[in-house]
Design a protein around this ligand. Sequence first.
Ligand code: RP5
Length: 173
Amino acid sequence: MAAMTTPLVGIIMGSKSDLDIMSGAAKTLDEFSVSYEVRIVSAHRTPQAMNKYAQSAKERGIKVIIAGAGGSAHLPGMTASETILPVIAIPVRRSGGHEAFWSNIKMPPGIPLATMPENGAEYGALFAIRILALNDPRLATAYEVFVNKQRDMVIALDQELQEKGWENILKKG
Ligand code: RP5
């Protein structure tokens, strides 16, 4: 659920059909208690709304934008052209080719876009959290806890592997 306070992160997508992927960003932000808003603003179907969103985001208090789109995926790049906020692109891939990914990484010089892996909305949220954590000690601590948890999990699994042998771990799934 989106936080009730002023959103710090703007999650935008080109279509409702992107929501299944982009909801991953919202869930991750929820885990870190980061406020966000979720909007559908299509670069092609509602270009004026996209421009307005990008141009007003900074003055509304948004610090980072996570933008996801599939197909020709112009939304993330066009949004980055209309704001000086950091924009994180999520190339949405349904099937077939990698056109959204290529579209997102082929930005012209001078317009940076932080492109995540295809369908990697969670990565986008974590990247946004890293940016926000620069000026938010609570979030920096929470992120460190998250990193340490991953480290401890891998160490524990490796220990189990040494004790039980790979065949048993494989069987266990
Ligand atoms: C893109 O076209 C959207 O981001 C979506 O991924 C894709 C298909 O959109 P719909 O036809 O499902 O609305 O602009």
